[in-house]
Structure formats: C-alpha cells, structure tokens
Design a protein around this ligand. Structure first.
Ligand code: NAP
Ligand code: GCO
Length: 264
C-alpha cells in the first residue's frame, strides 16, 4: 500500500511554494520521498523557506523567477532540469487575489490577476508538459478555488481566473491524458494562510461567514491541501483525470446553516 504513495526519485516543482499552501504541498511531497523545488519572486522568502525546510531535514531547491514571464520560466525550468532533473510533478500554486468591487477595479488590476492565476499555469505547463508527454508519465496539479464554481462580491478577477483554471485543467486533460499525464485541480476551501489573513481576524464578518458555511466548523490548514496533493501526485491517482478535488470542509456540499436547528 505504501508503494502507491511513494514518490522517491520523482522531481516536483511547486510554484509560489515558500509559504502557505505551496509550502505545505512541497513539505508533503518531500516527506513522500520526492525531490522538491520551489520558486518565488522574493529572494528573502526563498532563503527563509530553505532554512525552515533545512531545520526539518528537508533539502529544497529554491529558485527566483516570475511565473508570468515566459523567458524567465524557460530559464528557470532549464536550470532545474540541469541541476535537479526533469520535472515529474508540477504544482501550479502561485496566485494572488484582489478584493475590489467590479466598478472600482482598474482593468490593469483585473489583468494582473488573470495573468498570475490563469495564464501562468498555462506558461508553466507548456514548458514542462512536452517532456512528460514524451516520457508517457507526469502529474500536473492546478490550484483552483471555491471560486472555480462560486462568485462572491469583490473577487471578480480571481473567480474569473480560477473558473478558467478549472476549464484549462479539463482541456489539458483532453489533450494529454492519453500520454499518461494526469492533470487535476485542487479547490481549497478557506485555508489559514497569508492570503486570507485580512478576512480571518476574529470579529470580521467574513470570518463569521466561513465558520457558519463550513460544516467541518473550522478554517482549513495548509497541510489539508498538502495531503490532497500527495494523492493526486501519486500512483493512486493514475486514472484520475481532469477533476477538481475540493478540500473545503464541506462548503460546496452545504446550502446554508439554520442556527439552532438540529444542533447537538
Ligand atoms: P499566499 O500565501 O499568498 O501564497 C501565494 C504564493 O504565490 C506566494 O509565495 C507568492 O509569492 C507567490 N506568487 C505570487 N505571484 C507570483 C509570481 N508572479 N511568480 C511566482 N510566485 C508568485 O497564498 P496561499 O493562500 O498559500 O495560496 C496558494 C494558492 O492557493 C493560490 O493560488 C491561491 O489562490 C489558492 N487558494 C488559496 C486559498 C486560501 O484560502 N488560502 C483558497 C483557495 C485557493 P510572494 O509571497 O513573494 O508574493
Ligand atoms: C475570498 C478568499 C478566497 C479564498 C479561496 C476560496 O476572499 O473569498 O480569499 O477567494 O482564498 O480561493 O477557495
């Protein structure tokens, strides 16, 4: 059974993996035996991540590049191929959110979110997938969101990007599944990271919303998402194609909560 989840010898790259969900995914893949590489646009965060992983006995390969810059991506992946090996597992995790109502949102801000959250996974996959197709083996995991299926006031660009990423995942599957490359998404629910820090503070109305909408009655931990990534990166998911696995404590299953009704 252990063999199913064993990643020894595999090379993985988690974009934006220096903290939060990306770091948890990298940690879990490393614990399953994979060599892990993470990138970021901030050298200090890369250095801190390396130190933190070192203190846990994990040797991580860190690299500075912007996932929206095609030339930088090409150079970065070439460097990984030379110094670590061909990428077997690509996790498109880097992402940003801007919480601005549609009428107030400059088009340039909207485009920036689309570039990082939707176009960059395409740039990354276009650079990494050809070798996977040639080898007839590979895993691509796109980090989607609840916003791949829901809208919410103030997150239009993010929802457009993550909804697009879900369909991009399906289209990559249509083109690449026959080459034994599995492309799937993870849709995290509300997870305690820097991205959600501003709306997670006690007393914030959004915190109340999350707590009442989440049947599991808690914010998710980055490691909850890491565990799902391990499944999708493993042999156990070899016939799982084009799915988004929601790791959301049940939010998508839940229409709403009626206070006091049926409470234990
Ligand atoms: P986070 O803490 O903000 O981490 C995002 C990471 O992406 C950071 O390391 C960031 O680098 C990096 N990044 C941003 N732009 C980049 C670029 N152009 N090139 C390379 N790296 C870049 O967010 P998180 O909460 O861990 O989220 C990780 C992913 O999960 C995102 O795609 C997010 O949309 C998605 N997600 C999060 C939640 C949640 O509740 N937290 C829920 C659903 C989906 P810097 O720190 O240097 O800016
Ligand atoms: C928001 C949140 C989200 C989450 C996540 C939900 O403002 O609604 O930040 O969008 O980060 O993507 O799955």
């Amino acid at each position: 059974m252990k063999e199913l989840f064993e990643l020894t010898g595999k090379v993985s790259l988690v974009t934006g993996g220096t903290h939060g969900i990306g770091m948890a995914i990298a940690r879990t893949l490393a614990k399953a035996g994979a060599k892990v590489c993470v990138n970021d646009i901030d050298q200090e965060k890369l250095d801190n991540c390396k130190k933190e992983f070192q203190s846990e006995g994990i040797d991580v390969y860190t690299l500075l590049f912007d996932v929206t810059d095609e030339d930088a991506v090409d150079k970065g992946i070439s460097q990984i191929e030379e110094e670590v090996g061909d990428i077997d597992i690509l996790v498109n995790n880097a992402g940003i959110i801007k919480r601005i109502p549609i009428l107030d949102m400059p088009v340039s801000d909207f485009k920036q979110v689309i570039d990082i959250d939707l176009v960059a996974p395409l740039i990354m996959a276009k650079r990494v997938a050809p070798k996977m197709l040639e080898k007839r083996e590979g895993k691509i995991i796109n980090i989607c969101s609840m916003m791949s299926v829901y809208g919410r006031n103030s997150v239009s660009a993010y929802a457009a990007a993550k909804g697009g990423l879900k369909l991009l995942t399906q289209n990559m599957t249509c083109e690449w599944a026959k080459y034994n490359v599995q492309v799937n998404g993870i849709g995290p629910g509300y997870i305690a990271t820097a991205q959600t820090a501003p709306i997670r503070v006690g007393g914030h109305p959004f915190n109340d919303l999350v707590m009442t909408r989440t049947p599991a009655n808690r914010w998710g931990e980055p490691s909850d998402v890491g565990n799902a990534a391990l499944f999708l990166a493993s042999k156990a998911a070899d016939f799982v194609n084009g799915q988004v696995l929601y790791v959301d404590g049940g939010i998508l299953a839940n229409f709403g909560y009626v206070k006091g009704e049926n409470d234990l």
